[in-house]
Design a protein around this ligand. Structure first.
Ligand SMILES: Nc1ncnc2c1ncn2[C@@H]1O[C@H](COP(=O)(O)OS(=O)(=O)O)[C@@H](OP(=O)(O)O)[C@H]1O
Ligand SMILES: Nc1ncnc2c1ncn2[C@@H]1O[C@H](COP(=O)(O)OP(=O)(O)O)[C@@H](O)[C@H]1O
Length: 229
């Protein structure tokens, strides 16, 4: 078994401040959470577009995409890596699988932020404890204020009516187990930095602008172009 003391942290010459200075911005994590179909991907996508227009360096990590690679299900690993590997490292939707999913994404997001990127993530991330752990990882590798939780608070009825992938229908029919909001819990954030209330009137563009306004208010984004441009 590996002894943790055999693994020693290596200090690097180029630090976060140097990377951020080159980009002319501060690295942060903007963490979208909410039910499937609430609009996380759409709003995060639109926000990345708006940030991109402002010349900011960004990255968007999206649940559906990340589950095609870093957090693939067992079925996505079996052919290439075999049964034992797939069962050990493949992730589904049980509570422990979600915990590991969010732990991996959280570590990646913290790395992206320390590269100076405005890091947007869109994961259901239904468990408060898992999200709070990511907050801790991000803040301990940077500073308090580097993690902003965005609660996309679209009511279940609206998400279910949208059902763009037909998953709610399958979940209601019992064809998908552990489906968030139907047969699995969603623990709403208690004090999210940004609360996008379940208002069927607000367009994704307006919701993204609401997040951008908060980033601006906090000094993470300024309306002028980044340094050096
Ligand atoms: N059981 C169950 N519960 C919730 N969601 C499910 C499930 N099975 C598949 N899907 C699809 O997977 C997407 C959620 O993946 P995430 O990585 O964001 O989930 S989690 O954060 O680990 O809870 C989610 O994507 P979004 O609809 O974009 O949220 C669904 O399309
Ligand atoms: N503010 C909104 N108003 C109306 N429809 C929306 C809004 N935000 C997202 N949608 C639609 O809802 C569906 C689910 O959005 P999506 O971003 O895929 O959600 P999630 O990533 O949370 O699963 C999509 O068809 C999208 O076009």
């Amino acid at each position: 078994m590996t002894n943790p003391s055999d693994i020693v942290w290596h200090e690097q010459t180029v630090d976060r401040a140097a990377r951020e200075a080159n980009l002319g911005q501060r690295g942060v994590v903007v963490w979208f959470t909410g039910l499937s179909g609430c609009g996380k991907s759409t709003v995060a996508n639109e926000l990345e577009h708006q940030l991109n227009q402002l010349g900011r360096a960004t990255i968007l990590l999206d649940g559906d995409n990340i589950r095609h690679g870093l957090c693939a299900p067992p079925s996505g690993l079996r052919d290439e890596h075999g049964e034992e590997f797939a069962d050990r490292f493949g992730l589904g939707f049980g509570a422990i699988d979600r915990e590991e999913n969010i732990r991996r994404i959280g570590s990646v997001a913290a790395l992206m932020a320390s590269a100076g990127l405005i890091t947007l993530t869109a994961f259901v991330s239904p468990y408060r404890k898992d999200r709070d752990r990511v907050r801790k990882i991000v803040e301990s590798s940077g500073a308090v204020g580097d993690f902003l939780e965005v609660f996309v608070d679209t009511p279940l009825e609206i998400c279910e009516a949208r059902d763009p992938k037909g998953l709610y229908k399958k979940a209601r029919a019992g064809e998908i187990k552990n489906f968030t909001g139907i047969s699995d819990p969603y623990e709403a954030p208690k004090q999210p930095e940004i609360h996008l209330a379940g208002n069927a009137e607000a367009t994704p563009r307006q919701q993204a602008a609401e997040v951008l306004a908060e980033l601006t208010r906090r000094g993470i984004v300024s309306v002028s172009a980044p340094q050096g441009q």
